[in-house]
Design a protein around this ligand. Structure first.
Ligand SMILES: C[S@@+](CC[C@H](N)C(=O)[O-])C[C@H]1O[C@@H](n2cnc3c(N)ncnc32)[C@H](O)[C@@H]1O
Length: 301
C-alpha cells in the first residue's frame, strides 16, 4: 500500500520500461537490488515519506482499524485472522506495521500485539496516535488505551525468540519491499508457535504486468508478469532510493510451503461499490476489472 506522491510514478507496481526523468530527479528503473541495499533504501524512504503517507492515508486507515488494502477489506468483517472472539489473549506480531493501526484494532479485541517496522518515523506516528487517543480518553490512566509496543527492526531478522507469538500479520508491510521474501517466511515460521497463523497482504502479482496508473492507461498489460527484476528508484548518481520486489503467485506459494506453512486461503478482495477513492494505481475503474491485492492465509502446523 505504498505511495509515491512525489516520485516519477507511483511505486506499487513496475514501470513499463526504465524511465528517463528530469536529470535532477529520481529515476524509476528495473534492475537488480540486493537485500541490504533494499532495506537501507526503503528505511530511508519510509522515514522521509512517513509524514506525507500518514497525512494522505491516515483517515482511510483509521487509528485502530485493520484494513488489508486499498479495496478496504476490513478484518472486522473478513475474519482472516480467525474469529474475533478468539483473538483475546493471543500474542501477535504485526510486521511492517507503519503507524500500527492494525495492532491497535487487535489490542481492542484483547490481543497483545507488538508492532514491528523498519522505519523509525513510521513508528513515531504510532506513538503520536497513541498519545492522541490517550489525551482524548482524559490522560494515561482510566480508560486510555495502552500504547502499542513497537520495535524497530528489519523483517528479515526478527529480534524474537523461537515460538514467541500465536499469530503474525502484515497488511502490505515489508514483503513487497524485501529481496529475500523466502527468508521473511522462515523468520515468521520460527517466531510462531505450532498452531500459529500467518496472514499477509501484498500487491496482487498480476499488477506488475500493467502500468501503475488509476485510469484507462492502467488497463493494458505492457510488462511481463514473469519478469522478477525489481522496481528501483534511484537518484541521478544511481544511488538506490526505493525498491519493490516482485514475486508471481506461484513464487509466493512455494516460499510459503518451503518455510513449513500450509496455505489455507488466498483472498483476492473485490472492489466494493462504496469505495470511490484512488490510492496510487488502485482505483474503482481498475478494481472492477483486475485484482489489486492478494491476502495469503497460512498455518504453522
Ligand atoms: C505500505 S506500509 C504498510 C503499513 C501499514 N500496514 C499501512 O497500511 O499503512 C509498508 C511498511 O513496511 C515497512 N517496511 C518496509 N520494508 C521493511 C522491512 N524490511 N522490514 C520491516 N518493515 C519494512 C515500511 O517502513 C512501511 O511502514
Amino acid at each position: 500500500m505504498n505511495q509515491h506522491p512525489g516520485s516519477p510514478r507511483p511505486a506499487d507496481g513496475p514501470p513499463a520500461d526504465a524511465q528517463q526523468a528530469d536529470p535532477d530527479e529520481a529515476q524509476a528503473v528495473r534492475r537488480e537490488a540486493g537485500g541490504a541495499e533494499s532495506s537501507r533504501a526503503n528505511r530511508s524512504w519510509w522515514d522521509r515519506n512517513a509524514d506525507e503517507y500518514q497525512d494522505e492515508h491516515g483517515a482511510f486507515l483509521g487509528d485502530d482499524r485493520f484494513v488489508w488494502g486499498p479495496e478496504g477489506l476490513d478484518e472486522e468483517t473478513a475474519g482472516l485472522l480467525g474469529p474475533a472472539d478468539r483473538l483475546k489473549g493471543l500474542s501477535v506480531l504485526e510486521i511492517g506495521a507503519g503507524a500500527a493501526q492494525c495492532s491497535r484494532w487487535l489490542a481492542g479485541r484483547g490481543a497483545r500485539p507488538v508492532a514491528l517496522d523498519i522505519s523509525h518515523r513510521q513508528l513515531q506516528h504510532s506513538r503520536r496516535i497513541d498519545a492522541r487517543l490517550a489525551a482524548r480518553a482524559g490522560g494515561t490512566g482510566g480508560d486510555a488505551p495502552a500504547p502499542v509496543p513497537v520495535v524497530q527492526a528489519d523483517a528479515g531478522a526478527l529480534p524474537f525468540r523461537d515460538g514467541s507469538f500465536d499469530l503474525a500479520c502484515s497488511a502490505y508491510g515489508a514483503l513487497p519491499f524485501v529481496a529475500d521474501a523466502a527468508g521473511v517466511m522462515r523468520e515468521v515460521h520460527r517466531v510462531l508457535r505450532p498452531g500459529g497463523r500467518w496472514v499477509f497482504s501484498v500487491t496482487h502479482p498480476i499488477r506488475w504486468a500493467f502500468p501503475d496508473e488509476p485510469g484507462p492507461e492502467g488497463l493494458t498489460a505492457v510488462s511481463s508478469y514473469f519478469d522478477r527484476t525489481p522496481y528501483v528508484e534511484q537518484d541521478p548518481s544511481g544511488r538506490t532510493e526505493y525498491v519493490e520486489h516482485h514475486r508471481t503467485l506461484g513464487d509466493r506459494v512455494r516460499e510459503i510451503a518451503a518455510a513449513g506453512f500450509r496455505l489455507v486461503d488466498l483472498v483476492e478482495p473485490e472492489w466494493p461499490a462504496w469505495n470511490r477513492q484512488e490510492w496510487g494505481g488502485w482505483s474503482p475503474l481498475r478494481g472492477r476489472l483486475i485484482p489489486g491485492t492478494a491476502v495469503f492465509v497460512c498455518l504453522r502446523d
